[in-house]
Ligand binder design. Structure first.
Ligand code: GAL
Length: 453
């Protein structure tokens, strides 16, 4: 007789562990020209031929601007107590400077109030890549004056929302934004400055610090970050590969975490940064943080590049792992590894960790019964939450996990071709269909010991 399958167990996280979902304004809101919103670098970029895989834009995206109440109702049904979203800077300050647009501010009032009424705690990102176009026209993040504009924006939104919003993140993934936006040009604003883009990284870090100060003085009590991290694995033991790995680790990981937590750049990078650092900058960047946000997707394999390459490193494919639709390797254990590495490297300087993004792209759509059977996403979530649970058992203080994303949405240069959501979105009808992973996430949360949700 076949033995009955044992019931599938859920990952076990400590009591009070916070579960959530994450989104970003340009990826879901739409309403690109409504209620006084100004253009952002992403509007400009999407309008350029050949930039976006399917030629789509964020003009409508998930139409969340009009459907936020339906989306918050889905969150209530999910039972996750946290929701991370971003403010559209050009909705609030259409040109990136000056008096705020009341209608833009009102939208986030409505969203925040709706979340709180539904028992969902907002976590607000100030900058998730949609820089007002007018600021870009003045040099964007290459221009130090953008840092001043960002601090003013932070003061406006802090004063407006800090009475209801506890958790704040000034800048999403400064490394991804500066590398793809200003070094390689794959993302908006599409600049290809390679190493000459390094001032952007410094200004984003300074923006992080200045915004944290402005938010704190407006009454914000929990301020963190959302830094994209990847463990770096050398392609071989060869000295050249190990050296290239060390350098890329410093550029991708160390360059952001060290200024934020220790007030200095990794030693190897100092010669590259000296010219942009003004007196007092490093102290400004190193603000006390209440949580350290980690966005994790996959580890990277690094090799030394050949003579002819413009960059000193190469990125050979990491083979031997399943991959998502984007070809990204699924390696949950590398999340455990990174959490333990972070603690080992920064010890007392490291605040409690939040996983501010973690998720996967699988294109599964509804079957003939309307069911979206995305088992690979369930496997992904289960394995990554297990990895977090293991890190916690090894003594790393991780307080929450926000999966990317609540909804399928506009995936930057990939347009609408990649689906990261727990909820399927039909872009023709805007119909939302919770996937099987949504039900799994809900059941997993409900099964937690005395969970805070
Ligand atoms: C992150 C980014 C998100 C989302 C995700 C999936 O780097 O913060 O906006 O697009 O990647 O690619």
């Amino acid at each position: 007789m076949p033995s009955p399958q044992p019931p599938r167990r859920f990952p076990e996280l400590p009591a009070g562990f916070r579960f959530g979902t994450s989104t970003a304004a340009y990826q879901i809101e739409g309403a690109a020209t409504e209620d006084g919103r100004g253009p952002s670098v992403w509007d400009t970029f999407c309008a350029q031929e050949g930039r976006i895989a399917d030629g789509s834009t964020g003009d409508v995206a998930c139409d969340h601007y009009h459907r936020y109440a339906e989306d918050v109702a889905l969150m209530r049904r999910l039972g996750a107590g946290g929701y991370r979203f971003s403010l559209s800077w050009p909705r609030i300050q259409p040109t990136g400077a000056g008096a705020p647009n009341e209608k833009g501010l009102d939208f986030y009032d409505r969203l925040i109030d709706c979340l709180l009424e539904s028992g969902v705690e907002p976590m607000v990102t100030l900058f998730h890549w949609d820089l007002p176009q007018e600021l870009e026209d003045d040099g964007g993040w290459l221009n130090r004056a953008t840092v001043d504009r960002f601090a003013e924006f932070a003061a406006i939104v802090g004063e407006r929302y800090a009475d209801r919003v506890e958790h704040w993140i000034p800048v999403n993934e400064p490394n991804v934004f500066s590398l793809l936006g200003y070094a390689t040009g794959v993302h908006a604003p599409g600049r290809t400055l390679m190493f000459d883009s390094l001032p952007v990284s410094h200004h984003l870090l300074l923006g992080h610090g200045r915004a944290a100060i402005a938010l704190r003085s407006a009454g914000a009590t929990s301020i963190g970050c959302a830094n994209n991290h990847a463990p770096m694995w050398p392609a071989s033991d060869d000295e050249a590969d190990v050296g290239a790995t060390k350098l890329f680790d410093a550029l991708w990981n160390g360059m952001y975490v060290e200024p934020m937590l220790l007030g200095r750049y990794p030693r190897d990078l100092m010669p590259l940064m000296e010219d942009v650092i003004a007196d007092g900058d490093m102290a400004t960047i190193r603000q006390p943080l209440d949580f350290y946000g980690v966005n994790y997707y996959n580890p990277m394999k690094i090799a030394a590049a050949g003579e002819e390459s413009e960059m000193p490193f190469a990125f050979p494919e990491l083979v031997g792992y399943p991959t998502t639709d984007l070809g990204w390797p699924v390696v949950p254990d590398a999340l455990r590894e990174w959490l333990i590495t972070l603690r080992a490297r920064y010890r007392a300087a490291l605040p409690p960790i939040m996983i501010t993004e973690s998720g996967c792209a699988y294109g599964t759509g509804p079957d003939e019964h309307g069911v979206v059977d995305d088992q690979p996403r369930i496997d992904y979530l289960e394995a990554h939450l297990d990895a977090v649970a293991t890190a916690i058992r090894r003594g790393v203080d991780v307080r929450g996990y926000y999966t990317w994303s609540l909804l399928d949405n506009f995936e930057w240069a990939e347009g609408l071709t990649q689906r990261f959501g727990l909820v399927h979105v039909d872009y023709e009808t805007q119909r939302r269909t919770p996937k099987r992973s949504f039900d799994w996430y809900a059941a997993m949360i409900a099964a937690q010991p005395k969970h805070a949700g």
